[in-house]
Every structure is written in C-alpha cells, then in structure tokens.
Ligand binder design. Structure first.
Ligand code: ZN
Length: 272
C-alpha cells in the first residue's frame, strides 16, 4: 500500500467529467496531480483553469497532447507546427511544465520519412517551448499505431530521436501500455534515465483479450502488464515524478465516475 502523493490522473481518464468537476473530485479524494487534455480546455481560459487547479491543491503535471507532425502535404505539416506552438502557449498559460507528444505518422509515406518530419517538427517547436519554460516529451506508441498515430514505437526509437535532436527540453514519456511487450524496454529506460530524459511515466493495463485497440485500456491490475517492474525501472533510472493514470475506456466512461475514481485509487495503491 502507498499514499497518493505521486498519483496523477489524466482528465481523459474520467472523460465524462468537465475539468472543473474532475479537479474538485480528484482533490477531495487526495489525488496529487492532474494532466490536462486539450479538449478539456475547450472554451476556457487556460490560465484560469491552471489557477483553479493550484487553488484546489493539485499540481499541473502536463498538457496532453501535441505532435502529429508528419504529412505528405507540406501545408498540413505547417498547420501541425502552428498547432504545436498554440499548445506551447496553452501549456505556459495553464502552468504545465510539459507537453506530451503523440508524434504522428502518415500512412501515405514511409515511416522513415515520418520520423524525419517528426524530428524536424520538434526542432521547429523546441525554441518556443524553451522560452515558455515548457518541456516536450516524445511518447513512443505501441506499434499497432504506427500507421497513423506515431512512427515512434519503441523506447529505443524515442531515445535515438532525442539523441538526434539533442536539446535539454526534449525527452520521453514512458507509458507502460505502449512498451510493456518490448524486450529492450528496460535497457532503453536505463539509457533514457542516464541522459536525464525521462519526463513522464504513464500507467494503465493491457486487457486480455483487448476488445478495442484504442478505447479498452484496463485498470492497473486487470491485465498482463507488470507495472511495478516498470515503475521500479524508471525510478532506478532516476525518475522522481508522478505516476500518471491514463485510461481510455468506453466501458469505464459508461460507469459512475465517482465509484470509478475510487477503483482507480484502489488499483493504484495495490498495483502500481
Ligand atoms: Zn500515455
């Protein structure tokens, strides 16, 4: 059993709640941090939301998400960069020290081309991020998403890209859902930590069998991921930040969110 001072929850995890309701309930239940998804900020002033989060006693851990840099169409790439610059401004106003990047991929071109465009996009955005005091975290995504969501699919690929970009405010978000299957993941976590590039740690579980490959993530302890093994690895590698619960689940979104929050807290205490 453990206390909740490193527990962060992503707003998308309790998607039926507005950010205001989520903040109120997370704070009341002793959750310590919140990662805000950009859709939760729609029609709101990010600075006001950030203040209300801090007033409730929660820490803003990150803003999700930027990225989606690659495209065969140069205009689309320019629009993506513009959107990432907006995300950086939003993060700064919100008081979020980090933006998580779902890097993107275009199935109309080779993955290598998408990777080159990702590195180009991150480099183009990194200066504004540095001025705003915002870090950027490349989140390697499970290879089942390599078609259209991310051409960065392993910790090794994320580390290689960070080496190539070589900026202190560009690192990696380690999400167990995406990397648990990879025999090189633990070694690459150590490599990432040695370079001081582990910027975030996301948890949920892999349901067996998974019924939907986007929206059927399981609560910690319900699936086959050895989450403490990965938590131990990131902490051994020097990471001292939050354990962020990020669950997309049409099943859980259809249930009562208050009792779901209690389940999240219980699963966190027992399985993270
Ligand atoms: Zn994640």
């Amino acid at each position: 059993m453990q206390d909740l001072d490193k527990l962060c929850i992503h707003t998308v995890t309790t998607k039926p709640w507005s950010v205001e309701i989520a903040v109120e309930n997370y704070a009341r239940c002793g959750v310590s941090g919140i990662t805000v998804w950009r859709d939760a900020l729609a029609n709101r002033d990010p600075a006001t939301v950030g203040r209300s989060i801090r007033d409730a006693g929660l820490q803003v851990v990150s803003l999700c998400r930027g990225g989606f840099f690659p495209s065969v169409d140069a205009n689309a790439r320019a629009r993506a960069l513009e959107d990432n610059l907006c995300a950086i401004d939003e993060a700064a106003a919100l008081g979020a020290p980090l933006i998580v990047l779902v890097c993107g991929a275009d199935p109309g071109q080779p993955l290598a081309d998408s990777r080159a465009q990702i590195a180009e996009g991150i480099l183009a955005a990194a200066g504004r991020a540095r001025e705003a005091g915002v870090k950027l975290a490349i989140e390697p995504l499970h290879p089942m998403y390599a078609d259209a969501k991310s051409a960065v699919n392993t910790m090794q690929s994320a580390n290689d890209m960070c080496d190539q970009i070589d900026l202190p405010n560009v690192g990696v978000a380690v999400d167990v859902y995406h990397i648990w299957w990879d025999p090189n993941a633990i070694g690459e976590i150590a490599r990432c930590g040695a370079a001081e590039r582990i910027f975030a740690f996301h948890v949920c579980d892999w349901r067996v069998p998974t019924r939907d490959f986007l929206l059927d993530r399981a609560l910690m302890g319900e699936g086959c991921i050895d989450i403490p093994h990965f938590r131990n690895a990131v902490e051994q590698a020097g990471f001292t930040g939050f354990n962020e619960v990020e669950i997309f689940s049409t099943h859980y979104w259809s249930t009562d969110q208050s009792s779901y929050l209690q389940k999240i807290i219980q699963a966190y205490k027992e399985h993270v």
